[in-house]
Design a protein around this ligand. Structure first.
Ligand code: 5AD
Ligand code: SF4
Length: 436
């Protein structure tokens, strides 16, 4: 039996793609091993969202330039799609490059590799297919990912994704619901719907469901207790999504709504297709919901031409929204993107200064917000036990970590839904006690 090792970088879409790739490889007679050393075939499923992420795979490949003899290397994912055959020049010991839009062709590509072809490629973006396979090897026994839409039709000035994942393709609602039912029957209780922009989901079948309808229906599958989704685009985020969350408690009360900047001028330069006011309208919908919806976001600092006043506008937005948490990044120039043509590049040092100020402001907000949970009882899905702290690791519907104490002798709680009372609150997590 042939052995393979796979390392995955980047987002949840990539993590789930790898689960499907692993299933495909296993069905072709390959067996997964935990270290590169043991493997004959080595796969890197790569990310190119920022330069740092892209460099990671070249760093890995560099390590095996000399001592990778006897092994076959394959580069999958966004760097594969973006760099294409140039990867063979940069790293001649690589034998296969394959972007995510070509994963359906993996079995044929493996045959070519076996036949000794050292330059196997899967780089076409001209596809209407999504990668659907019954062979997915899921990592987590309780939470399962389901891709509902692949690709992206937006053209944010900074973003490589439309170039690396191609145009949008939605799966039929029937296939998403069938997969959800099957997962419930297998014992999964949490489903996370994935897509670069889940809000632009459009059922290609006659049923014609939009995202809110699909979300609501996944939440009604018997046995499913929690449904999450990521990622949303403010332009396509409609009030019906908030209404669905309000009406169906299976849908988690957490929305990740990337804002990128609090300055309407910068948003226009980024081609985000909304103003600050339009974004705030969505926030108002969520804040007026009956359920307390946790809101998280992504922010980029140092986009070309971002002035001190623009940056201050982003800081002001954090105060206004009071996010539950944020992911923040320094702008990174990416190949093919339209922002490359913009002047006024901001120095790394200045980007670093803005990032540090932003993160410190958000830390203070989180300390304040999390403190409000003291004394509150929350339902947690137990993800495991932390030996080092002696605590169970719980996750709330709002996607907050809530660690709590309960003697291990009293039974394994992993995968169960239990209640815990918050007794301590830090900027990044809550701690509490088990409620009988
Ligand atoms: N530079 C910095 N951050 C970026 N992101 C996307 N492209 C870039 C880039 N070129 C961030 C955005 C996006 C998140 C996934 O990554 O904030 O929402
Ligand atoms: Fe990038 Fe915009 Fe698509 Fe998100 S919606 S992946 S930011 S192009």
């Amino acid at each position: 039996m042939k052995t393979f090792y796979i390392e995955t970088f980047g987002c949840q879409m990539n993590a789930h793609d790898s689960e499907k790739v692993i299933g495909t490889l296993v069905s072709q007679g390959y067996s997964q091993v935990p270290t590169v050393e043991e493997a004959e075939l080595v796969f890197y499923n790569t990310c190119s969202i920022r330069d740092k992420a892209e460099q990671k795979v070249f760093h890995r490949l560099q390590q095996f330039k000399r001592d990778g003899k006897g092994k076959t290397f394959a580069v999958l994912g966004c760097v594969a799609q973006q760099e294409g055959e140039k990867i063979f020049e940069k790293a001649p010991h690589v034998s296969m490059v394959c972007g995510s839009a070509s994963y359906n062709q993996l079995p044929q590509m493996l045959v070519q590799l076996e036949a000794g072809n050292r330059r196997v490629t899967g780089l076409s973006l001209d596809t209407e297919d999504t990668f659907e396979t019954p062979l997915t090897r899921r990592d987590n026994p309780h939470r399962a990912y389901i891709t509902i839409i692949e690709g992206c039709d937006k053209s944010c000035a900074y973003c490589v994704v439309p170039f690396t994942r191609g145009p949008e393709r939605s799966r039929t609602s029937a296939s998403v619901i069938a997969e959800s039912r099957q997962l419930a029957e297998m014992g999964y209780t949490e489903i996370q719907l994935l897509g670069q922009n889940v809000n632009s989901y459009r059922d290609p079948s006659a049923a014609g469901w939009d995202f809110a309808t699909l979300l609501d229906n996944v939440g009604r599958v018997p046995g499913i207790r929690r449904v999450r989704f990521t990622t949303s685009h403010p332009r396509d985020f409609v009030k019906q999504i908030v209404d669905a969350i309000d009406e169906n408690s299976t849908l988690c009360n957490h929305v990740h709504l990337p804002v990128q900047s609090g300055s309407t001028r910068v948003l226009a330069a980024m081609r985000r297709l909304y103003t600050r006011d339009e974004y705030m309208q969505r926030i108002t919908w969520m804040k007026s919901a009956r359920r307390p919806i946790a809101i998280t976001t992504d922010v980029i600092v140092g986009f070309p031409g971002e002035t001190e006043a623009d940056f201050e506008a982003t800081l002001g937005l954090l105060d206004e929204v009071e996010y539950d948490s944020i992911f923040s990044f320094k702008y990174s120039r990416r190949p093919n993107t339209s922002a490359l043509a913009l002047g006024d590049h901001i120095e790394e040092e200045e980007k670093g200064r803005r990032l540090a100020i932003l993160q410190e402001k958000q830390r203070q907000i989180q300390i304040r917000r999390n403190a409000a949970y003291l004394g509150v009882i929350e339902e947690c899905l137990v993800e495991g036990f932390n030996q080092a702290t002696g605590q169970w690791i719980g996750r709330t519907s709002q996607n907050k970590t809530l660690n709590f104490l309960r003697p291990v002798e009293n039974g394994d709680l992993t995968g169960r839904y239990v209640e815990a009372r918050v007794t301590r609150a830090g900027p990044n997590s809550l701690a509490g006690e088990y409620v009988n």
